[in-house]
Design a protein around this ligand. Sequence first.
Ligand code: GLN
Length: 266
Amino acid sequence: MSITEARFEVQLLMAHALRSNRAWLLAHTDESLSAGTAAEYGGYLQRRLQGEPMAYIFGEKEFYGLLLTVNADVLIPRPETELLVDLALECMPAAETPHVLDLGTGSGAIVLALAKLRPWSRCLAVDISADALRIAEANAARLQLQNVRFQESDWWKNISLGSKFNVIVSNPPYIAAGDRHLQTGDLRFEPAQALAAGATGLDDLQTIINGAPSYLKKNGWLLLEHGFDQGNAVRQLFAAAGFKEIQTLRDLAGCERVSTGRIKPD
Ligand code: GLN
């Protein structure tokens, strides 16, 4: 980390201890710190020095203009996932009441952004983790969104078979279990269950793609985030499961990041 980045983080942590923001901090450098504030700041600094992500220390992360509560039970929403939201919004025209499913919702970031921008949609969000669902539900309440239902489910297992959706989205775990990145940076503190998916990282993507046709309405869309090097494999899985109009879109870093496909009538 550069000195500039380190100074920026330190300022954010001190501003957090002061219940203020960085602009206030920079404009009030002559103010003194109370003993309580200094101790609180010291605690945050210790946690950061141990490597804990800034978002867990703040207990919050901004995603798609929404402020979300996060803790170590959920993956920290990433900026590249905003591409998935952009693409899903395009699949939800104003004239319809889209039924939306988010698989492995975590903090609820994706489904809550969709529910907020398409208030006429009806959304279901599932996760295998009851702890994650508690955070997602708290975020829905915090954002006063009433068009999202939450349910515990290991991917498709508890989703009733009659349910059909116009749009299914997911940012599943997709990192290979042996990938050394799992031992670095923020990832060390995030739930492994939200990051790693078998030897190739494709296990959960495959489960989702193979199950999706039974739960999609005609012309319905599946949109999935995946690793920068998984585009080819994911497109093949989409094709094998009968999807049409298969496409992969690149994120702002230029990496293949989201693949989409739809089920067409016979
Ligand atoms: N994009 C995340 C990362 O590489 C991984 C998120 C995921 O597995 N869904 O840090």
